[in-house]
Write a protein that binds this ligand. Structure first.
Ligand SMILES: [Zn+2]
Length: 155
C-alpha cells in the first residue's frame, strides 16, 4: 500500500474488496480519492468500494447481545477525516496507519478489508439511530411546552 496520499495520486493502486453478494475478493484499481465501482468477477454483482487510512479505532461490546459497536476515524486519500460507525459480532483488528477498503451496497457498509493484516469482516450499520431521534423529539416537546407555559403566564 502507498506510503502517502501523494504517492497514491501518482500511482494507481490495486486493492482487494469483498463482494457484497458472494464474498469473493475482487482485485481492482482505485482512483485518486480511493474509490472504485466494482463488478464482481464471480457473480457480476456491482458494488462500490472505498479505501481509507485508519486514524483511530474505538469499540465497545454490548454484554447482553455480544455485538460490538465500533467507531473508526478514517481518512479518505484526498479528503478530510470521516467516521465509520458500525456493529459487528467479530473482533475487528485495525490500527492507526492501516489501509482498509470498505464495500458498499447502495450506500450501506457491508464488508471491511484490512490490507495490513489481510483479514476481512462482515459488518452492519449501527442501529441506535432511532433512539437518538426519539430523544431529540422528546427534548423538542419539552422546550415547546416550557415556552408555551411561559407565554401563558405572561398573558
Ligand atoms: Zn460476487
Amino acid at each position: 500500500m502507498p506510503e502517502s496520499n501523494a504517492e497514491l495520486a501518482e500511482n494507481p493502486v490495486e486493492v482487494s474488496s469483498v463482494c457484497v453478494n458472494c464474498q469473493h475478493q475482487n482485485k481492482h484499481e482505485i482512483d485518486q480519492s480511493g474509490r472504485a465501482t466494482v463488478t464482481c468477477e464471480q457473480c457480476s454483482t456491482q458494488y462500490s468500494a472505498q479505501t481509507y487510512q485508519v486514524r483511530a479505532k474505538g469499540g465497545r461490546r454490548d454484554r447482553q447481545s455480544g455485538i460490538k459497536h465500533y467507531s473508526v476515524r478514517v481518512k479518505e486519500p484526498d479528503r478530510e477525516e470521516t467516521l465509520l460507525v458500525f456493529d459487528s459480532d467479530k473482533d475487528i483488528e485495525m490500527r492507526s496507519g492501516d489501509w482498509i477498503t470498505a464495500s458498499y451496497l447502495q450506500g450501506t457498509l457491508k464488508y471491511l478489508v484490512n490490507h495490513t493484516i489481510h483479514g476481512y469482516w462482515d459488518v452492519m450499520p449501527k442501529k441506535s439511530g432511532c433512539l437518538g431521534m426519539v430523544i431529540i423529539v422528546v427534548l423538542l416537546i419539552c422546550v415547546v411546552g416550557v415556552v408555551l407555559g411561559l407565554g401563558a403566564r405572561v398573558v
